[in-house]
Design a protein around this ligand. Structure first.
Ligand code: HEM
Length: 183
């Protein structure tokens, strides 16, 4: 996983619970990586999961809740960092439809060894989209958090249902209903 995701996780923990809490969590993690994480670097997925699991344990929440909160935090920051990816996109639905064919394609141009997940879509109507995530990483709750972050960013409520497949199928289906922008 790219360093940019590790850096966002560090920022999430530091901003929410303080720098000391992050240092405490890190000191309890047996990581393969011994040097600081830098944005363009690539690090073992297992290190990210070790930090996420330890964070959940120390804070007394489930791993799923920790990943979801992290995704919700991370999306607006990624959007701010790569503003050109969102140019001329005005709705949450239109944006989500670009993640597979535009956003993560651009990510791979920036970071050729990035391993982004696969999304496929059933575009059922202006307010109804079914989005299927496939990745051997099975980060279903991170996707859920990203979707909530997209909802916040575009100020558009999204009612969703999530259907997880067995982990070895590596797939999760999100049935999304978009409301009009909040007043
Ligand atoms: C401006 C928008 C976005 C940017 C710049 C971005 C960038 C990235 C980057 C750099 C990675 C790391 C890949 C790696 O280390 O191999 C990643 C992974 C990921 N992205 Fe995105 N992303 C964006 C939007 C989204 C959205 C909206 C979703 C979901 C709805 C999403 C879902 C994921 C997931 C779940 C992963 C983890 C990898 C996996 O599950 O296999 N991303 N993204």
């Amino acid at each position: 996983m790219k360093g940019v995701i590790f850096n966002l996780l560090e920022n999430f923990i530091c901003e929410t619970w303080g720098d000391e809490k992050y240092e405490e969590i890190l000191s309890l993690c047996p990581l393969k990586t011994k040097k600081p994480f830098v944005g363009p670097g690539t690090y073992p997925d297992s290190d990210l999961m070790t930090i996420a699991n330890k964070t959940a344990e120390i804070l007394g929440v489930s791993l799923d809740d920790a990943l979801k909160s992290f995704g919700r935090y991370a999306f607006p920051r990624l959007a701010q960092r790569y503003p050109n990816f969102l140019e001329n996109i005005h709705t949450a639905r239109d944006f989500l439809l670009t993640v597979d064919s535009v956003i993560h394609v651009e990510v791979k141009k920036l970071y050729p060894n990035a391993e982004t997940p696969k999304f496929s879509y059933q575009d059922l109507s202006e307010t109804h989209l079914v989005m299927t995530y496939t990745s051997k990483r099975n980060l279903f709750s991170l996707v859920e958090g990203f979707i909530e972050g997209v909802s916040d960013f575009f100020d558009t409520p999204i009612a969703y249902q999530r259907k997880d497949a067995e982990p070895d199928n590596n797939t999760c289906v999100f049935d999304l209903h978009f409301a009009s922008k909040s007043e």
